[in-house]
Ligand binder design. Structure first.
Ligand code: GLY
Length: 418
């Protein structure tokens, strides 16, 4: 099978590694890729937000399967264009990608499907902001209604900080979603979904704040670990039955069936799982940890999803033990990152590239906020952490920062369901 992967982050590097390990995949292409994906796939410089350009590339390389990593091309309808061209595609239609692209749409689907989530209100004019804020908090949860790469969210007990963020979004012309705060530890559960068939992957936990101890602003994700030792054994089944299947069914009823990866971001409270957000694609950096434990052929699973044959897929097999991803970020991330710095140590096994490129001299340099995603695997969480941080220690990038506590609260038994 010849596979074209769309995207340029650590998630896409992880997808390519998984696909390269699948004996059924014999040729890999990536657009636009990064400095690390070059060793795995033929790189194509293509505007991945352009449906015409992606379809032309898929035809040029005679792709049997296109796997779309990021949300932007999905929301823009690149998967629709590929399917219209008769090319098997992993990733939802633009209509189904609204589950991530519009939080208001996601709320509507959840209400119709009877899925537990935070109470919410959309504010689209500054004149309504103060009265709306008074109906929430503390703690206030303020989100950009559209796509914001994880950085559009402020969760704060400080009304002034919440108000300032909402006012900034409104001034930029973005409707704001205010939500009640959901108590309980968060879980990212990725599910392969093909209409109404659902296959969950291992549950993971992201670390969204930039600093140790969950301090500082939200990011796209600073690290992740899987599986979750504190999660009750029946919880993945409950999430599938109470959240993912009803939503998948509701999307079918609305005429926009979901095909691809449905990412349920949940808070696990006293009453069970409640949805924080849905995403229409693999999460980053959780994917790097989750796929590190997958033993089944990844290409077969993605192709079964894309071709509507998930019901016939063998149960997924997972390696025992744990995996940890630690993100190495550029100076000033999640603000405007410093870029263009040479990186050493990025060629170690387990070091996935995210924001990297090669300069005119062929040197690997930073090109984004999240620069590397460093993965460690071990027989347990402690060993997986140790393996990941040993690799992080071997990396040199001027001004870089990373969290030192990925998976630590879980390891120390400090995560409890209320
Ligand atoms: N890890 C958060 C996300 O992928 O959106």
């Amino acid at each position: 099978m010849r596979v074209l992967v769309i995207g340029s982050g650590g998630r896409e590097h992880a997808l390519l590694l998984g696909l390269a390990a699948d004996p059924g995949v014999d040729d890999l292409h990536v657009a636009p890729g990064n400095a690390g994906t070059r060793a795995l796939a033929t790189t194509h410089a293509v505007d991945v937000a352009s449906a015409d350009a992606v379809v032309a590339l898929a035809r040029q390389v005679a792709a049997d399967l296109v796997v779309i990593g990021p949300e932007v091309p999905l929301v823009l309808g690149v998967a629709d264009a590929l399917r219209d061209a008769g090319i098997a595609t992993f990733g939802p239609s633009a209509a189904a990608a609204r589950i991530e692209g519009s939080k208001a749409f996601a709320k509507d689907v959840m209400a119709a499907a009877g899925v537990r989530t935070a109470h919410s209100e959309i504010v689209d004019t500054p004149a309504h902001l103060d009265a709306a804020l008074d109906r929430f908090g503390p703690t206030w949860v303020v989100k950009d209604d559209g796509l914001a790469a994880g950085k559009g969210v402020v969760v704060s007990p400080d009304r002034a900080a919440a108000r300032a963020h909402a006012a900034d979004l409104l001034e930029a012309g973005h409707p704001v979603l205010l939500e009640s705060f959901l108590d309980g530890p968060e879980v990212s559960l990725f599910c392969l979904v093909d209409g109404t068939d659902v296959v969950p992957l291992l549950p993971a936990q992201d670390h969204k704040r930039v600093g140790d101890g969950d301090q500082g602003p939200n990011t796209g994700g600073m690290g992740a670990y899987t599986p979750l030792p504190w999660l009750p054994e029946d919880m993945v089944g409950r999430i599938v039955d109470e959240v993912v299947r009803p939503v998948a069914q509701e999307m079918v009823s609305r005429g926009c069936p979901f095909s691809g990866l449905l990412y349920a971001g949940l808070a696990i409270g006293a009453d069970g799982p409640a949805v924080v957000e849905f995403n229409c694609r693999f999460g980053d950096p959780e994917t790097q940890a989750v796929l590190a434990l997958l033993e089944s052929p990844l290409g077969e699973a993605l192709n079964a999803t894309a071709t509507g044959t998930l019901a016939g897929l063998e149960p997924l097999r997972w390696r025992d033990g744990a995996a940890v991803t630690v993100v190495v970020a550029a100076e000033n991330y999640p603000g405007k990152p410093r870029t263009g710095d040479p990186i050493t140590g990025a060629d170690q096994a387990g070091v996935l590239h995210a924001g990297t490129t090669t300069d005119a001299d062929g040197v690997v340099v930073s090109s984004g906020g999240r620069v590397l995603a460093v993965v460690g695997v071990g027989d347990d969480l402690a060993r997986a952490r140790a393996a990941a941080y040993e690799r992080v220690d071997g990396i040199r990038l001027a001004g870089a920062h990373h969290r030192t506590d990925i998976g630590l609260a879980a390891l120390e038994g400090r995560i409890a369901i209320p």
